[in-house]
Write a protein that binds this ligand. Sequence first.
Ligand SMILES: [Mg+2]
Length: 375
Amino acid sequence: MGNILSDSMTKTYNVPNFELHERLDSCTVEILPHSFKILFDCVLKMESTFEVILNTQLKQKDPKEAISIAISARALFDMEEEHELFLTEGEEEFVSHQITNENIPLKEGIVAPFVKLSCKLHRRPVASHSAIQMVNNKLLARDPEEKQLFEIILLSTHSAEGGVRIINSVNHYDLEISKFCFLGGKDPAKYLHSEDVKLFLSACETSVCNALKKDIPAALVIQQKSQIKESHLKVAFDGDSVLFSDETDTVFHEKGLDEVIKYEKDMEHVPIGEGPMKKFAMILGEMKKKFSPENDPICTYLVTARSGNKLGIRAIKTLRSWGLKIDEAFFMAGSPKGPLLAHIQPHIFFDDNARNIKGAREYGIPAAFVPCGCE
Ligand SMILES: [Mg+2]
């Protein structure tokens, strides 16, 4: 690519195995075999730019077929101290800190077990906590031509200037990241939409809300210690306002329990509306169909506050009408979900209720909050 600016306006990072891949404009970028060069003046001037860096260590997935999951850097890594520095001291200090510490790996965050790489088995005989890559491996073992594979995109709302530490950290932990996108302060929603992202996990509620408004399944994660070591990819969903729309929740809040029971009885044959996580659950459901039950690497759970006898029928009929098979459904009748989730040990649990999120976190379960009614 042409470089019309002088060397004094460039800076080179040495980042093995990564390659600056594309930008959404004609900004000049020079690609080097084992490093990338970014022209800062160009980055700063081009308001619409963001940078995407490919991990050349991994075989890139077919962009038309891949099931893209985007995870923010603050969701993947515990960057709370760094984020606090950004909030109190500003972008410049944050970037300077990241550059100074670029060889010190960030601490692993709440969703790391979700994406941990398992292919380096020669170093670790059993990778028991490598959910996404394990599913990909099983899909490829079943059909070497399989294109519908998970791919993980790491998003940072900062510029690539301070991004080397993030990339080095991914290398350090062998995380299965296909692409890095540095947004330079822009809202991720536009990129998520253009990439047809199927799930977005972030530590920023505004970003999550903006994604949900674009109909992209998204959830907020808050850092906590988590040691999920399951051999299957386990995903647990709440029902109302998560898999299902907030239709029944609204009736409950406006009219109370007796009325909601009556409402659900009257509506028994009408499927509940679609909630923000329905599309992602359907993807998992379709993926499960590719495997025989004994070989299925994915386990899905419905963990709903509904009671089974009074409010369970419509929920089950709705799932049936969608053609969505959930492995196990638990109707908690308002009981705390934490103890059950501790037994299930999901890699991630989605709920719109802050009390349920807190309850899951108390048991070390990676819980993702799905905000309802983002305006
Ligand atoms: Mg709910």
